[in-house]
Design a protein around this ligand. Structure first.
Ligand code: MLT
Length: 411
């Protein structure tokens, strides 16, 4: 008889976004006339940049000729893509990386989950609350936690509340933790961390020989100067941090799939016997066994993001979404709704009107305004009473959604 991984049974609900999809489908099926506007999951709507499409086509054409055909690529990604990322994305920040420290993948969601493979179950893990649900759920799935309590906190994880009172900035834990997930710009709150705040985390991690998992999937949306785009801009980060990045939101690759993980060569963790092990080597070993790389045309398309032609096109799309973010933030704030984020991130984190519970507001917004967002409580107990709107819609839909919300709740 085969036995299941019972840790999965500890998960409280379905994954957040499919659950939203289910409710929206049920509503749409029973109200086929309703024009539903989706600002829930952070899924892009603008087409890929022309230079990216051109490179994508060329990549496909290469596969059609024996002289340029490509079979299996390197599990770590083609070096020409890693080099372009190192030179065009990290070097301008003053960050020097080797191409061997960059691992190209099919996205940062998968990587931020898969990275747990190379860490022992005994590690004490800290996550923010609210948080991108993948960090919480994958730790449950792998067996690092006990059951959830009535609030939704899993036994064995350390939760770092991010609330309006602390400006959505988690306090450094008093207890010693071994792994810390940080996501900046933050999903879901849209807030960013300053150099000083990140320096405090890096100093903590180095002092405790902890590892920071730094999710920088939204770094391209930072508009204010002086905000770090990478954890490696912080002194000492090379000995304590792994960084995840993504082409999903930056370049519209949510359906194309490409991301990357940086594991510096100096970064180590211990065996139970006290031997230091290089995590770069371990991650490489994991990837070589469990992953066969990203397809060649996708990597060609990703490299084109950084081309002279592609970069301004991609920036224009990012600016379009950030204008949506401004419209949502200012439109709803003017209507008396308290909004956070949306300045350096494509998410607006708002306080539900009248202190409504997050899912109640979700249902009301769907039923009465035909607008879909994401309930804050879906990101963790401290998200209760909050709600996330994504700025990735079309301009027309964003403006219409703001109008409907203001008609209903505006003062
Ligand atoms: C979100 O809406 O939080 C994201 O789209 C989810 C993801 O990137 O996996």
């Amino acid at each position: 008889m085969s036995l299941v991984n019972e840790h999965y049974l500890k998960l409280k609900a379905g994954y957040l976004f499919p659950e939203i999809g289910r409710r929206v489908k049920a509503f749409s099926d029973s109200h086929p006339e309703a024009k539903v506007i989706r600002l829930g999951i952070g899924d892009v709507t603008r087409p890929l940049a022309p230079a990216v499409i051109k490179a994508f086509h060329e990549g496909v054409d290469d596969l059609g000729k024996s002289e340029t055909f490509h079979g299996y690529g390197p599990e770590q990604g083609y070096e020409w893509l890693s080099k372009v990322i190192v030179d065009k994305s990290y070097q301008p920040l003053g960050v020097t990386l080797k191409t061997s420290e960059v691992f190209i993948s099919d996205g940062s969601k998968c990587d931020s989950a898969n990275i747990l493979d190379i860490f022992a179950l005994g590690n004490k893990v800290a996550i923010c609350d609210p948080v991108y649900p993948v960090y919480n759920d994958t730790n449950v799935m792998i067996g690092r936690t006990g059951e959830a309590d009535e609030r939704g906190y899993y036994q064995g994880l350390v939760y770092l509340p991010c609330t309006a009172e602390n400006h959505f900035t988690p306090a450094i834990p008093k207890e010693k933790v071994d792994i810390i997930y940080l996501c900046y710009p933050n999903n879901p709150t849209g807030m960013v961390a300053t150099t000083e705040q990140l320096q405090a985390w890096v100093d903590y991690a180095n002092a405790h020989q902890a590892v920071i998992f730094f999710d920088a999937a939204y770094e391209a949306f930072i508009t204010e100067p002086g905000i770090p785009h990478s954890i490696y801009e912080i002194d000492g980060a090379r000995t304590c941090a792994i960084e995840f990045r993504s082409f999903s939101k930056t370049a519209g690759f949510t359906g194309v799939r490409c991301g990357l993980t940086v594991v510096p060569e100096e970064l180590t963790a211990m065996t139970a016997g006290g031997e230091k092990i290089a995590l770069n080597k371990l991650w490489n070993r994991r990837q070589c066994t469990k992953f066969n790389g990203v397809s060649y045309p996708v990597q060609k398309a990703a490299a084109a993001v950084y081309s002279d032609e592609g970069w301004p096109q991609v920036q224009e799309i990012i600016a379009f979404y950030m204008e949506n973010a401004r419209l949502i933030r200012e439109g709803l704030s003017a209507a008396g709704i308290t909004c956070y984020g949306g300045v350096n991130a494509p998410y607006i984190w708002l306080k539900t009107p009248g202190g409504m519970k997050s899912w109640d507001f979700f249902d009301k917004l769907l039923n009465e305004c035909h607008v879909v967002g994401t309930p804050g409580s879906g990101f963790g107990p401290s998200g209760e009473g909050y709600f996330r709107l994504s700025a990735f819609g079309s301009r027309e839909n964003v403006q219409e959604a703001i109008k409907r919300i203001r008609q209903k709740w505006g003062n």
